[in-house]
Design a protein around this ligand. Structure first.
Ligand code: ZN
Length: 150
């Protein structure tokens, strides 16, 4: 038996312990995993929109690498990349958690991480940033990039 992993709920941001077997590649049992606190699904196949407090909970508590899309509504390339990021979320879950941060609403968060251009993708693991890439990427490139670092 392997150690359970902490998976942060995309809805209430509570940390849940999930057996590693349920997160196996190619398996579907993660789709039924529910949050012990709010009873909603831990994996929705969609990026999670986070504000600063939700962001800190995911980065601080998740055992899954967290892939962050720093974006803004006024940024054309960001809006164009959004469907590709959603597609990447469907194929990268449950090994990774994909989240989005609106840098217009969360300016302090963007400043804290020195986000100078958007879109910027960053990967956080164990509470710290391990990779960053500025500029739009298609879904296949995002998946390759994430798997190469995380
Ligand atoms: Zn929950």
């Amino acid at each position: 038996m392997s150690e359970p992993l902490h998976v942060v709920c995309p809805h209430c941001h509570a940390a849940n312990r999930v057996p590693a077997e349920r997160l196996a590649d190619g398996g579907t049992s993660h789709e039924d995993a529910k949050c012990g606190k709010c009873k909603t699904r831990l994996f929705t196949g969609e990026p999670v929109e986070l504000d600063a407090s939700g962001f800190d909970k995911h980065i601080g508590r998740s055992d899954l690498p967290v892939v962050v899309d720093f974006w803004a509504p006024w940024c054309g390339p960001c809006r164009m990349m959004a469907p590709a990021f959603a597609q990447a979320a469907r194929s990268l879950e449950p090994r990774y958690r994909l989240v989005k941060v609106n840098t217009e609403e969360e300016q302090q968060l963007a400043a804290r991480f020195g986000i100078r251009s958007i879109p910027t993708l960053a990967i956080f693991k164990g509470g710290r940033e391990i990779a960053r890439q500025a500029g739009a990427m298609d879904a296949a490139s995002q998946e390759r990039w994430v798997k190469a670092h995380g």
